[in-house]
Design a protein around this ligand. Structure first.
Ligand SMILES: [Zn+2]
Ligand SMILES: [Zn+2]
Length: 309
């Protein structure tokens, strides 16, 4: 593989809860997880059930090729469908793994590390903290914070909105943070990842506004790829049979509004509703393509190269 390539793969694109079965085979039933490779760097966004299979592959690479596990894990928020795979993420158990975990500060007085500890506490989990042999670091991210990855063997460099960005080299990977306030109850982090002049924006669990989400449009401006929540069709959002407004998710039209206004090259619709099977999702994306032609469905297992765009 080209050591400078920038690519991503959906490991899970379902919202709410996993939906295995014949009706979701094509687009997948695992909850949110995105695997991103940029040269020597591995970034994972969210730890829904999709992270479990990724972890198994990382362990297999460690076993067969001795490939050390180093990854930066970005959490958009800590709702269950975005962290439920974490207790079963094999690299967290493996000695020698290094995981740098970034996410929002929880609403309570707790920090992120303690919040995540609670999902691995007996009797609810067979695995406790003492079973995790990996080296893990934790940090909170706020609006405007940035992370720089340079040397894959070194820890990520964390910069607040007030810090100057060091000069970039061809290996610099930049992660920018945007806090969307539309998702109950603590909002959600949106990430923009830039490597070798290409960029990807990941905006799950966001709800659009009338006239387009202007802050998100600015943040996504000129990105090569925008991955945007599109949980609802328009009639569902409007309230048939339950009003979904205020639940913190978008329609396909809201996603296309952001894509058009920010002039991205490609839009991927994600956070598929557990109520929508493959056939329904294809109807939904067909409507979106009439408004913004380069629209696709996030599809589990599919690899997309930003370098080749
Ligand atoms: Zn979600
Ligand atoms: Zn959520």
């Amino acid at each position: 593989m080209n050591n400078e390539e920038f690519w991503f793969r959906f490991r899970g694109a379902r919202g709410g809860y996993p939906t295995p079965g014949p009706a979701t085979l094509k687009y997948g039933g695992n909850t949110t997880c995105l695997e991103i490779h940029a040269g020597p760097h591995l970034i994972i966004i969210d730890a829904g059930s999709g992270i479990i299979g990724l972890g198994q592959e990382m362990l297999a690479a460690l076993r067969t090729r001795g490939q050390l596990i180093r990854a930066t894990l970005l959490l958009t928020h800590v709702h269950n469908d975005h962290i439920q795979g974490l207790p079963l993420f094999g690299p967290a158990l493996a000695a020698g793994s290094q995981l740098h975990i970034f996410g929002p500060k929880p609403l309570t007085d707790e920090n992120l590390r303690d919040t995540l500890k609670r999902i691995m506490r007996p009797p609810f989990s067979p695995i406790g903290q003492h079973d995790l042999l990996s080296r893990r670091t934790f940090a909170h991210l706020r609006q405007g914070d940035r992370i720089i990855l340079e040397d894959p063997a070194a820890p990520p460099q964390y910069l607040t909105v007030h810090d100057d960005c060091p000069p970039r080299t061809p290996h610099t990977l930049l992660i920018q943070t945007h806090h969307s306030y539309s998702h109950p109850q603590n909002g959600v982090l949106v990430f923009r990842i830039t490597y070798r002049e290409r960029s990807l924006v990941f905006a799950t669990d966001v709800e659009g506004y009338v006239g387009g989400d202007q802050r998100l449009i600015k943040f996504s401006q000129g990105a090569d790829v925008l991955i945007h929540d599109a949980e609802y069709d328009e009639d569902e959002y409007a309230g048939k049979p339950l009003v979904k407004q205020g639940w913190g998710h978008s329609t396909w039209r809201m996603a296309t509004e952001v894509a058009q206004a920010s002039q991205v090259k490609r839009l991927f619709l994600t956070h598929h509703s557990p109520q929508h099977d493959d056939a329904y999702l294809e109807q939904l994306v067909a409507k979106a393509q009439k408004v913004f032609a380069p629209t696709y469905l996030a599809q589990e297992g599919v690899k997309v190269s930003l370098t080749a765009l």
